[in-house]
Design a protein around this ligand. Structure first.
Ligand SMILES: *[C@@H]1O[C@H](CO)[C@@H](O)[C@H](O)[C@H]1NC(C)=O
Ligand SMILES: *[C@@H]1O[C@H](CO)[C@@H](O)[C@H](O)[C@H]1NC(C)=O
Ligand SMILES: *[C@@H]1O[C@H](CO)[C@@H](O)[C@H](O)[C@H]1NC(C)=O
Ligand SMILES: *[C@@H]1O[C@H](CO)[C@@H](O)[C@H](O)[C@H]1NC(C)=O
Ligand SMILES: *[C@@H]1O[C@H](CO)[C@@H](O)[C@H](O)[C@H]1NC(C)=O
Ligand SMILES: *[C@@H]1O[C@H](CO)[C@@H](O)[C@H](O)[C@H]1NC(C)=O
Ligand SMILES: [Zn+2]
Length: 732
């Protein structure tokens, strides 16, 4: 070690001194600046939503843009897996880019289904000597000028297997579980026969499944004028909205949703695909084919044995019979479909949040259609596009959302929600942790009578609140909420609010809610009035036919008054979800609905007691959840909302509530659905019930030795999940 160099010591001392001085000066000057910026940050973090934004939505909403999108997307058929659908994806992508949104096209390769080659699927009627008396039409009549009529796919049921079956016919009404039960009780054997079912009431895939379980060897689906026309009213399309005799409803018949070849994981290029044989259990095992009522006339009027019950009689001009073809006639189905892998294209755009970028409010609508899809889904896609355009516009003028907005245009929904399922599976981890809610649009305008909504209980309040901000489209002196309430037949049992339906599995919200537990909602305009009466049709008469053309939407909503209202509704709902400091999710409503549904099971008390089901404990759990939810919301009222960490803690809890009912193993009989409460009903995938897993098990025959042990176990799981949520809410 050498002795220290004095010059070096002086230098170090001086350096230290200047460094110290610099530190003091910097500290002194930066102190107030620092305080200022942290104050600004705190103000930004504590900012609540801007309630005036709604005025801007109203100012910007443009029915001209809605019309442009409807016109452009209904010019040619938009069937999934066709070149036109790829072009439609690029069209959406371009419009979003033009608005300054960051968009991307996300591709998946999925298993789709089409009629095979040039084969014409058909149903025929033969006399006893084998002479053909009648064959169904290969295609619907052209009633309005079409740009590309050759691109219209012939009527078929997607994923129906091919098959050539021949035999006797049996009329099974709507093909519901209760209809087959009634036939059985009347001693009518469906086994070995072809079932003729009318469309309506429940999802068509459930009809096929029940027919199959009852031993039918084929299913013919038809639209009865009783369900798709108004008696005595001749205004058939294009003269009106009623279904003409040649119109046929297309649609898929699978009860397992998402890509059939990648159950549980996304359809990427690296994904494993099972053989068709391995997948066969997911498809119906019997052929299925849809026809119109002009064709159904020949089949139904040939039945001569057993007059139908009054409520089974449709509106064709003869008395319906259950079975027994006249003069030993036979019916034959000749179906050739094929499953093929094709690319599909979702378009995704994002507006990043400035405070909580890692919290996402997702809004989506599918883009594919069976044919032109003016109502399903283009009326909704136009609403999505206008909603996106409005948010992009106010973003450009300086508005910054608290949370992120993700906009989605889904492909292949008609084939069983493929675009949305694959995307949700692809983004599972992100969505589980960061998605706040999913707002679905599909058919936006099905009729002009009333607003209607399918929504999980957590979001009921937010939906009501948004409708309270809006004027009724027909009477600006009342709100949309008041108009809706005056037309809602059965009110919500909890409060004097209009009825909101259970969410069901009828559209792209299904993977969000039933796989991940993301609170979801889906609203639209529905219903018609003729001669002062609401027409009891299923959805709308021309559903999934070639007649869902531009002209139809113009008939339902001539000036886009309703499309404008539904757009503003979605804008306002999203504004609340994206900007509100405290998420507008109401746990009390959820707890109330759960308690109400659990008490509805009281009628089964005797059976529960006889089979040692812990029903009282189950009821007790729902009461504890009610108390916990009440106290939790009181805590929100007393929360220091200027403490961003406290706010975030509460929001994180709110966001996790729905996830409490996700069980990884899924429902006991339907493992592909993981939500204990918001999964669809097993009897009708369009509908929802309080406890879908329990409902499935209750349908099992009493002779099944597994029935009651499974029910005991499932009630335990329900009780446990409810207690578990209560504990979660009770903890600080
Ligand atoms: C279908 O028919 C067209 C014209 O008749 C023919 O060009 C085409 O090859 C046929 N396609 C198949 C798959 O048989
Ligand atoms: C129904 O018909 C099938 C096939 O024809 C037969 O096997 C079955 O025993 C019949 N069931 C009843 C209850 O008659
Ligand atoms: C998957 O394969 C298709 C067809 O080969 C290709 O166009 C696409 O880019 C691939 N996707 C990815 C993510 O590599
Ligand atoms: C019943 O309807 C069919 C088909 O539309 C028609 O051909 C027939 O004449 C009608 N029969 C009567 C009795 O009105
Ligand atoms: C129908 O079949 C039965 C039994 O095979 C036979 O007795 C009857 O003559 C047939 N009727 C007609 C109209 O062919
Ligand atoms: C709704 O549509 C029907 C059928 O087109 C029409 O008669 C009725 O006037 C419309 N109602 C309103 C309020 O516009
Ligand atoms: Zn749709």
């Amino acid at each position: 070690m050498s002795s220290p160099n004095p010059r070096k010591i002086v230098f170090i001392v001086l350096l230290s001194f200047f460094a110290f001085l610099l530190g003091v000066i910097t500290g002194y000057f930066s102190r107030p600046v620092h305080k200022d910026s942290s104050q600004k940050l705190l103000e930004k973090l504590n900012r609540d939503g801007d309630w005036h934004l709604f005025e801007q939505f109203k100012e910007h909403v443009d029915t001209g843009y809605i019309d442009k999108v409807v016109r452009d997307l209904t010019r040619r058929p938009g069937l999934a897996g066709t070149p036109q659908q790829k072009k439609n994806a690029e069209y959406i992508f371009d419009l979003w880019q033009q608005e300054g949104l960051k968009a991307e096209i996300v591709q998946y390769n999925v298993l789709l289904s089409y009629p095979k080659g040039n084969h014409t699927n058909k149903v025929s009627l033969y006399d006893a000597s084998g002479r053909e008396l009648f064959t169904s039409k290969p295609q619907e009549k052209v009633l309005v000028d079409e740009e590309a009529p050759e691109e219209v796919v012939q009527p078929f049921n997607a994923y129906s297997p091919s098959g050539l079956v021949k035999g006797d016919l049996v009329y099974v009404n709507y093909g519901r579980a209760e209809d087959f039960k009634r036939l059985k009780e009347a001693g009518i054997n469906v086994s070995g026969k072809i079932a003729l079912a009318r469309y309506g009431k429940i999802f068509r895939g459930n009809k096929v499944k029940f027919a199959e379980e009852n031993g039918a060897k084929g299913v013919i689906l038809y639209s009865d004028p009783a369900d798709y026309c108004s008696p005595g009213d001749e205004r058939y399309f294009p003269g009106g909205m009623w279904l003409p005799g040649s119109g046929v409803q297309r649609g898929n018949v699978v009860v397992v949703k998402g890509d059939q070849s990648t159950q549980g994981y996304p359809s990427t290029n690296y994904s494993y695909r099972p053989s068709e044989e391995e997948m066969s259990k997911q498809f119906p095992s019997i052929p299925c084919h849809p026809i119109g009522y002009d064709d159904a006339y020949f089949l139904l009027s040939s039945l001569v044995s057993g007059e139908v019950w009054q409520d089974w009689q449709g509106s064709l001009n003869f008395t319906y019979h259950l079975t027994g073809l006249l003069d030993n006639r036979t019916v034959q189905m000749d179906i050739q479909n094929e499953n093929v892998y094709r690319p599909i294209y979702n378009v995704i755009a994002k507006i990043s949040g400035t405070i909580e970028a890692d919290r996402a409010v997702i809004i989506g609508c599918h883009r594919d259609a069976w044919v032109y899809g003016a109502v399903d889904p283009i009326s909704g896609t136009a609403i999505l596009m206008e909603t996106a355009r409005i948010f992009a516009k106010i973003y450009r003028s300086g508005w910054r959302p608290r949370r992120s907005i993700v906009l989605c245009s889904w492909d292949a929904e008609e084939y069983g929600l493929l675009g949305s399922y694959e995307w949700v599976e692809d983004n599972m981890k992100w969505l589980q942790n960061e998605a706040v809610t999913y707002v679905n649009i599909d058919t936006g305008i099905a009729g002009n009578y009333t607003f209607s909504s399918r929504t999980v209980p957590l979001l009921h309040d937010a939906v009501y609140k948004a409708t309270m901000e809006l004027p009724s489209p027909y009477d600006s002196s009342i709100t949309l909420y008041q108009d809706w309430r005056s037309k809602s037949e059965s009110r919500n049992e909890l409060l004097p609010h209009p009825k909101i339906q259970p969410i069901g599995a009828g559209s792209d919200h299904t993977p969000f809610i039933a796989l991940v537990g993301i609170p979801s909602t889906y609203s639209k305009y529905i219903g018609y009035i003729v001669d002062g009466k609401v027409i009891p049709i299923n959805d709308y008469p021309l559903y999934h036919t070639r007649y869902e053309q531009y002209e139809l939407l113009k008939m339902i909503d001539p000036g886009y008054t309703l499309a404008k209202i539904v757009t503003l509704f979605n804008c306002e709902l999203i504004r609340q979800l994206v900007d509100a400091r405290i998420l507008p999710l109401n746990v009390r409503t959820y707890a109330g609905v759960i308690a109400l549904n659990s008490r509805r099971l009281e009628k089964l008390r005797t059976a529960f007691t006889e089979n040692n089901v812990e029903y009282d404990e189950f009821l007790a759990s729902t009461e504890r959840l009610k108390t916990a939810a009440r106290i939790f919301h009181q805590k929100i009222v007393h929360l220091d909302q200027n403490n961003p960490l406290q706010v975030r803690m509460i929001n994180d809890k709110l966001q996790s509530v729905e996830r409490a009912f996700i069980v990884p193993e899924g429902l006991p009989l339907r493992p592909m659905y993981r939500h204990l409460l918001q999964s669809p009903s097993g009897l009708n995938y369009y509908g929802g019930t309080g406890f879908p897993g329990l409902e499935d098990l209750l349908e099992l025959p009493d002779s099944d030795p597994e029935k009651w042990p499974q029910i005991r176990k499932h009630i335990t799981i329900l009780t446990h999940s409810i207690y578990s949520l209560a504990t979660f809410l009770e903890r600080d």
